[in-house]
Design a protein around this ligand. Structure first.
Ligand code: SF4
Length: 342
């Protein structure tokens, strides 16, 4: 395979063959001085994913750079696998896929090789558009929420969707993201884990810092004064032993979980209710927070859904500025910090 294509799209089978032909092997990659550049680029791949949501660009002019680029890919995948954090895994998959999309836009000659690798069946129609069976289209477009992606809004003829290169590249991005999410985490052998420990530690620090910044509480715990009126009311009702409808319980637990509260912290709030029953509440909390299946938990409902469910209580002036109770919390916690001069 052409070495530039191998470096740009290191997930291609041909890229691994290119590395092998040039003497690259995993044992040397983790500990040989000759591959230090591949390792530092592997770290950079993951760091730029965390910071920028896209794997950063790098010069690929020299054959040496191209080989290092190909090898940095398995190194980055091992780092992500060892850290084993779902947030990181998803962000890394998205970032590799976004980079591929970005590169394909200036490199149409590689689109068909990438599509073949990702098993996205397609062909060129007489007008130079890309044509896909509608079932393939749906498989890779179902995550796109904008109306332009709905099947009804596509150019659909005899069961085939006809689309331009930009949109097709976007579907390839979804296909690669899905593939990486399925493939990771890898089972990294113990000897590799110890060789990668320093880089793993460095990325874990950055990851924790980033997660703290993303948390609506800035990682500082919940400030009850910043809670939106809906959540304040539901929480008070729960603590007074009122029987909450499912929608209210779901909104409360998913909201608290999104603020970063742990299972124990959430259960402690429910435990103030006079008829508290941990076996019942615990089961629901574990399910909503995703703890029972090792997942990320459910996203709290937005204001429109809260209103439909009749649990938008006593909206105030701040509510007029938000579409989501979490935005309310963010605004109020920003206001409180300013007021306190912090
Ligand atoms: S507008 Fe939104 S944040 Fe405000 S009370 Fe209603 S649901 Fe809660």
């Amino acid at each position: 395979m052409d070495s530039l294509r191998a470096a740009r799209y290191p997930f291609l089978r041909g890229s691994a063959e290119f590395a092998e032909e040039n003497g690259g092997d995993l044992h040397a990659l983790v500990d040989s001085q000759s591959y230090a550049s591949a390792r530092s680029r592997g770290v950079e791949r993951v760091e730029s994913a965390i910071k920028d949501h896209i794997v950063s660009d790098v010069s690929l002019l020299q054959e040496y750079d191209r080989l290092m680029e190909v090898l940095s890919y398995p190194y980055a995948r091992m780092l992500v696998s060892i850290i084993g954090d779902r947030f990181l895994l998803k962000r890394y998959a998205l970032s590799e896929a976004s980079r591929m999309n970005h590169l394909l836009q200036g490199d149409p000659g590689s689109v068909s090789a990438v599509a073949q690798e990702l098993e996205v069946a397609s062909s060129l129609d007489a007008d130079g558009m890309i044509s896909m069976h509608f079932t393939d289209y749906l498989r890779f477009s179902h995550v796109m929420k904008a109306s332009e992606w709905k099947l009804i809004n596509t150019d659909l003829r005899n069961g085939f969707v006809h689309l331009g290169a930009d949109k097709f590249d976007r579907l390839l991005q979804n296909a690669l993201q899905e593939r990486i999410e399925k493939e990771l985490p890898l089972n990294v052998p113990p000897e590799f884990r110890s060789a990668l420990a320093v880089d793993v530690g460095r990325i874990s620090l950055l990851l924790n810092e980033t997660k703290k910044q993303l948390s609506p509480t800035g990682g500082e715990g919940m400030n009850p004064d910043c809670l939106p009126p809906c959540i304040k009311t539901i929480l008070a009702n729960a603590q007074n032993g009122m029987n909450l409808p499912h929608s209210a319980r779901f909104a409360l637990v998913s909201f608290l979980h999104a603020l970063g509260l742990t299972y124990d912290q959430i259960i402690a709030l429910f435990a103030q209710s006079p008829d508290f029953d941990e076996s019942k509440s615990g089961y629901q909390i574990r399910h909503i927070t995703g703890e029972d299946r090792g997942g990320e938990g459910y996203i709290p409902p937005e204001c429109a859904t809260m209103k439909t469910n009749g649990i938008c209580f006593d909206p105030d002036a701040t509510c007029e500025r938000v579409k989501h109770p979490l935005s309310y919390y963010r605004i109020r916690s920003g206001n409180f910090r300013k007021k306190d001069g912090q």
